[in-house]
Design a protein. Structure first.
Length: 179
């Protein structure tokens, strides 16, 4: 277990903390939960940077990192939807994309020779867009701006999904040729 993987585990631990704070009765709970979300985002960047810079990329980290991302994304989407701060169609659209990637990634890893679907700039751009859109709600930006940011986020997630689908099909196809 290296430092990058420990930071990823820290991000996973932040998920229930985020939820606890978001749904608590403390003053400005949504704001404090937003700060936890920001810490998760910064630690996501940090663990990736450390892993690449110090050649600490591992299979475990390659599996745990997207799990940490997806857990936090779902926590934020569900909490914002539950609190009626965003419409349910956003949860459904991004949630379906994420669930499909989880299933596809599991198939690649479990049945296609422990392959991992690599992250790329499309996924990273969609993730940054999600953070900006979610934080626009947390920090009470004008509603029209938040709605616009979420429409952009859903669009970017769709683009990222199509890109990942192309990569997935290519990886599955290449594995079948090797077998």
């Amino acid at each position: 277990m290296n430092i990058a993987n420990l930071i990823t585990i820290f991000r996973i631990i932040l998920v229930p903390i985020y939820l606890r704070v978001f749904f608590s009765n403390i003053s400005n709970g949504i704001f404090w939960a937003g700060l936890i979300f920001i810490v998760a985002g910064i630690s996501d960047i940090l663990d990736g940077y450390i892993a690449r810079k110090y050649n600490l990329i591992t299979k475990v980290g390659s599996v745990l990192d997207p799990i940490a991302d997806k857990l936090m994304s779902f926590a934020v989407l569900i909490s914002l939807t539950w609190s009626e701060l965003i419409p349910i169609w956003i949860l459904i659209a991004i949630g379906m994309k994420e669930l499909t990637l989880i299933i596809g990634g599991s198939i690649l890893y479990l049945f296609k020779g422990n392959q991992v679907l690599p992250s790329n700039r499309y996924g990273k751009i969609a993730t940054v867009s999600f953070y900006i859109a979610a934080l626009s709600v947390v920090f009470k930006f004008p509603e029209i701006l938040s709605k616009t940011l979420f429409v952009l986020t859903v669009s970017l997630n769709l683009l990222a999904f199509i890109n990942y689908l192309i990569i997935y099909l290519s990886m599955g196809h290449n594995t079948e040729k090797i077998s």
